[in-house]
Design a protein around this ligand. Structure first.
Ligand code: GLY
Length: 429
C-alpha cells in the first residue's frame, strides 16, 4: 500500500512517522512534508502544495495511492475529500459539508445550539454597529470570533469595550481577515481550564484517542499572544474518568448524532476544543475537523497500535472492531519556534544539534524545516516539537527539555513551562 500524507507541520511528521511503522505500508509520500519527513523510513517528499487539489489527485492516480491522509484544515474545508471521493481514491478526512464544523464558526455555534451541546452564549453579526451595540450590553472580557479560517488568529478576547469595538471594526469593516470576517460571533467568556478531546469518527462510530492538552499562549504562564500551540502533553490529568464520560455523553455523542440527524456523513479526526469550568462542566470552544497540532505528537508517541489499521477501519465503517493500545507513560512535546513567532520572524537559520537526538523515549518532530545543501534550516514559525515519554508528565518534561537544550539556531525560542498545570496536579495527588 502506498500512502500520501498532505501537509508540512509537526502533526504531519508525526502521522508519517507512525504510519511508517505499519507493515501494511510500503511507501509514504509527504506533500510537501519537511526536512523531518524526508528522513523517515519509506518516505519521500513531493513538492505539491496542500491546496493544489488537482495536482494531489493526479499524483495519487499516477502513483496508485491507496490512502491519502489530510493533515491541515484548509484543504479539508475547501473540499479535497469530496474531489478524491469522486475519483474513488480513499481519502481520510471530513468532506466540505462536514468540515464546516471548523470552517464556519457561525455554522458550528448554530449546530451546537440546535443539538443542545454545551457552549458559551453567543450572537452572530454581519453589521458592525449592531455588533457594537450588543457588545456594549455585555460583561467583559468578551470573545470575538471571525467566522472563517484565519490561520489561528481569528479569536480575540477583548478586555475593554474600546478593544471590542476596534476588533469588530477591523473584522467587519476593514476586512482584517478578508472574507473569513464576513460575520463576527460575539461570545461570553468562560473561565476554566482548556483541554483537547480528539476522536476518530466514522459516522455513528467514535474512537476517542488518548486525552491531551496544549498551551496556546506564546509565553510562560499562558501569557502573551495566541499561537497555533507551543507544546502539549498526553494524558491530560484534568480529564478524569468522570469528566471523560461526561464529555462523551454531553459533547461527542450529541455531535455525532447531530451530524447524522442533519444527513452529514463524517469520517475523520474530530477535535473538540473544550473549556472545563469550575464545576467540571465541559463547554465547546470550537470544533476542529482534523487532529491537533501539537497534540498529535504526544498522542501518537503513546499509540502502540497500527495507525493505518485505525484509519482504514474508520474508512470501512468498522471502527467498532478496533481498540487501540496506549503506552501507559505520559508524553510531552515542547515546540521550538523562530523568535518573533507568531508575528514577524526570520527563516533560513541553520539548526544545530539534531544529530543523536531521538530514540525509544524521544522523537523530534519537524514542522517549519527544510534542507539547504547539507544543512537543515528553519522554514516557518513553529520549527520543531521535541516530544518525550516519561513515567509522569514531570519526567517527560525533564527529558524533553534536556533535548531542547541541545538544539540551537539563531533566535530560537520555546516556553520553559510546558505541562505546568499537569505537573502541579501530579504534585498534589
Ligand atoms: N493545538 C491547537 C490546534 O491544533 O488547533
Amino acid at each position: 500500500m502506498k500512502v500520501l500524507v498532505v501537509g508540512s507541520g509537526g502533526r504531519e511528521h508525526a502521522l508519517v512517522w507512525k504510519l511508517g511503522m505499519s507493515s501494511s505500508i510500503e511507501r509514504i509520500y509527504a506533500a510537501p512534508g519537511n526536512a523531518g519527513t524526508a528522513l523517515e523510513a519509506k518516505t519521500v517528499n513531493v513538492s505539491i502544495d496542500p491546496m493544489d487539489v488537482d495536482s494531489l489527485l493526479l499524483f495519487a492516480d499516477t502513483e496508485d495511492i491507496g490512502l491519502t491522509v489530510i493533515g491541515p484544515e484548509m484543504p479539508l474545508v475547501s473540499g479535497i475529500v469530496d474531489k478524491f471521493q469522486l475519483s474513488n481514491r480513499p481519502c481520510f478526512g471530513p468532506t466540505k459539508n462536514s468540515a464546516q464544523l471548523e470552517g464556519s464558526k457561525s455554522f458550528s455555534k448554530l449546530f451546537m445550539e440546535r443539538h443542545d451541546i454545551p457552549t458559551a452564549p453567543f450572537r452572530i453579526f454581519n453589521n458592525s454597529s449592531e455588533a457594537i451595540g450588543y457588545a456594549r450590553t455585555k460583561k467583559l472580557p468578551l470573545v470575538i470570533k471571525a467566522n472563517g479560517l484565519a490561520a489561528g488568529k481569528g479569536v480575540i478576547i477583548a478586555h475593554t469595550l474600546h478593544e471590542a469595538e476596534e476588533t469588530i471594526h477591523q473584522i467587519l469593516d476593514e476586512k482584517r481577515f478578508g472574507t473569513a470576517g464576513d460575520q463576527v460571533i460575539l461570545e461570553d467568556f468562560i473561565n476554566g481550564e482548556e483541554a483537547s478531546f480528539i476522536c476518530i469518527v466514522s459516522d455513528d462510530q467514535i474512537l476517542p484517542l488518548a486525552t491531551s492538552q496544549d498551551h496556546k499562549a506564546r509565553n510562560a504562564g499562558d501569557t502573551g499572544p495566541n499561537t497555533g500551540g507551543m507544546g502539549a502533553y498526553s494524558p491530560a490529568p484534568v480529564i478524569t474518568t468522570t469528566l471523560f464520560n461526561r464529555i462523551m455523553q454531553d459533547v461527542i455523542e450529541p455531535t455525532v448524532e447531530g451530524l447524522a440527524h442533519e444527513g452529514i456523513s463524517y469520517k475523520g479526526f474530530l477535535y473538540a476544543g473544550l473549556m472545563i469550568d469550575q464545576y467540571g462542566q465541559p463547554h465547546v470552544l470550537e470544533y476542529n475537523c482534523r487532529a491537533g497540532d501539537p497534540e498529535t505528537q504526544p498522542i501518537l508517541l503513546r499509540l502502540q497500535s497500527d495507525l493505518y489499521e485505525l484509519i482504514s477501519s474508520a474508512l470501512a465503517g468498522e471502527l467498532h472492531k478496533v481498540s487501540p493500545k496506549w503506552d501507559p507513560r505520559a508524553a510531552l512535546g515542547v515546540v521550538m519556534t523562530a523568535g518573533g513567532y507568531p508575528d514577524r520572524y526570520k527563516t533560513g537559520n541553520v539548526i544545530e544539534g539534531l544529530i543523536n537526538i531521538g530514540g525509544e523515549d524521544t522523537q523530534v518532530f519537524h514542522a517549519g524545516t527544510t534542507n539547504l545543501g547539507s544543512n537543515i534550516v528553519t522554514n516557518g514559525g513553529r520549527v520543531l516539537c521535541v516530544t518525550s515519554l516519561g513515567r509522569s508528565v514531570s519526567d517527560a518534561q525533564t527529558t524533553a527539555y534536556r533535548y531542547v537544550n541541545q538544539i540551537q539556531w539563531e533566535n530560537a525560542y520555546f516556553r520553559p513551562d510546558i505541562g505546568y498545570r499537569a505537573i502541579a496536579r501530579e504534585a498534589n495527588s
